[in-house]
Design a protein around this ligand. Structure first.
Ligand code: DLL
Length: 434
């Protein structure tokens, strides 16, 4: 019997769900028009009035919101409530310029926690579980987001935050932790550190699942994590602008459930802004239907994914999105060829001799772009024979070439020599930008 947090909402017939979204959308456009000078101006410039929005399809009459809008209105120029109604801020460390500040009313925090409580329940997490939250606590939304979600569920939280890996492992064992939430790259580091200490996550801990997200990760990495640790790896997704970590896969693991009573999803062609057919890849665009402090209208998230509208076999009727395959602005262009780091990860992790860590380095030598991939090998694959190493390099090179259509230099580096990450990992160094 599948378990639901809120069966009535989660299994609501699609037509009813659409009606509910329509009502909420209508309320939202009035709300932002009345409470956010930013949106009032945007709507006016776009020639659209709240009354023009009567059906769900009318959402397409509304202007997009983009990250630059959040920067231009830094810190709180897009908020719809005064400071006295705010319960919390978070901020994302923008790679360029000012960070982005997001704000929440108490109600926003409750809604956020509820979204996660639904997701946690959908993979079988419950009151008897102990969740180790190894996402960073603080301005980043990961730690506190997972923490509040878990408390709402009634599970026990172990708020380790990131870092101090040996201690994390010690507590995980001593307290019989059953689930963890962290970036997939940090979990790889945990597995590696455990191994060095002679601990097997599979045999020496009670860990049964992990909620991995906050950075792109491939199916191949999921498989490696599951094979090396014996736990179930669940995809968890969200962004600071939407609130933080919000959505997870259910135990069927066939897409991430997006709670349609709280968020309206569009998948659009990044070039034309037109919707792509169900199941086709495009850019995720989100409208928040339940947020008070910092609602977003048609926010262009820039993450690339597919929408699956068919109800899930778990009985939930809300739409799903597939694993994020990259960001439209993550793409590196090398000699005119588009390369997504995720593609590189998929190719590499399909080769058994290749270890779990790699780094892409892009350079410009004279007029020409060049791409190099540094790869750690599996310790077991290391050989003293030069010819074996050369053969492995050729194998990796030709696998990359066949997928990327690009000649890539491959450098095999010593196990443990590439940087390990405690939070979001960096997989690309683009020296052309320096
Ligand atoms: O990373 C929120 C979060 C925390 C999500 C913990 C999941 C777990 P930001 O720092 O604003 O928020 O970064 C959001 O991270 O647009 C994606 O590009 C990427 N991202 C987040 N989750 C995933 C995922 C948090 N499951 C940006 N798969 C997003 C792939 C992800 N990319």
């Amino acid at each position: 019997m599948p378990e639901y947090w809120d069966p009535e909402i989660e299994t609501m017939p699609v037509e009813d769900l659409n009606k509910l979204q329509e009502e909420k959308l209508k309320q939202l456009v009035h709300y932002v028009y009345e409470n956010s000078p930013f949106y009032r101006k945007k709507f006016d410039e776009h020639g659209v009035k709240p009354e023009d929005i009567q059906t769900l399809e009318d959402v397409r009459k509304l202007p997009f919101t983009v990250k630059q809008d959040l920067r231009d209105t830094y810190p709180t120029g897009m908020f719809c409530v005064s400071n006295s109604k705010l319960a919390r801020f978070h901020a994302s460390s923008g790679t360029t310029g000012k960070p982005i500040v997001v704000g929440y009313t108490q109600n926003d925090i409750d809604e956020w926690a509820e979204s996660l409580a639904r997701g946690f329940t959908s993979v079988g997490l419950g009151k008897n579980d102990i969740l180790q939250v190894s996402y960073g606590y603080g301005l980043f939304t990961g730690g506190l987001g997972a923490h509040y979600g878990s408390e709402k569920l009634g599970a026990t939280v172990l708020p380790t935050s990131s870092g101090n890996t040996e201690r994390q492992l010690e507590l995980m064992r001593d307290l019989d932790v059953t689930a963890i939430a962290c970036t997939p790259s940090y979990f790889l580091y945990l597995i590696e550190t455990a191994r060095k200490e002679g601990i097997s996550i599979r045999d020496d801990t009670k860990l049964k699942m992990g909620f991995f997200g906050a950075e792109p990760w491939s199916e191949e990495l999921k498989k490696r994590i599951e094979d090396e640790s014996g736990i179930k790896a669940i995809d968890i997704y969200g962004t600071s602008e939407m609130s933080g970590p919000l959505f997870t896969e259910c135990s069927e693991q066939c897409g991430i459930h997006i709670w349609a009573d709280k968020f309206l999803v569009e998948i659009l062609d990044p070039e034309t802004g037109e919707p792509v057919p169900d199941g086709e890849i495009g850019e995720l665009v989100i409208t928040t239907l339940a947020k008070e402090a910092f609602p977003l209208i048609r926010y262009r998230v820039r993450d690339l994914t597919r929408k699956l509208s068919e109800p899930c076999v778990c009985g939930r009727t809300h739409p799903r999105i597939t694993r994020i395959s990259g960001r439209s602005d993550d793409m590196i262009i090398v000699r005119g060829i588009n390369v997504f780091p995720g593609q590189v990860e998929s190719v590499l992790l399909n080769i058994p001799e290749v270890g779990n860590h790699f780094m892409i380095i892009v350079d410009r030598i004279g007029p020409l772009d060049s791409m190099k991939v540094q790869i750690e090998m599996q310790e077991s694959a290391f050989s003293d024979k030069m010819s074996d190493m050369m053969a492995l390099k050729r194998k990796v090179s030709s696998a990359l070439k066949s997928v990327l259509n690009l000649a890539v230099e491959v450098e095999l580096v010593e196990h443990g020599s590439l940087p390990r990450s405690e939070g979001k990992s960096k997989k690309v160094i683009d020296n052309r930008k320096i």
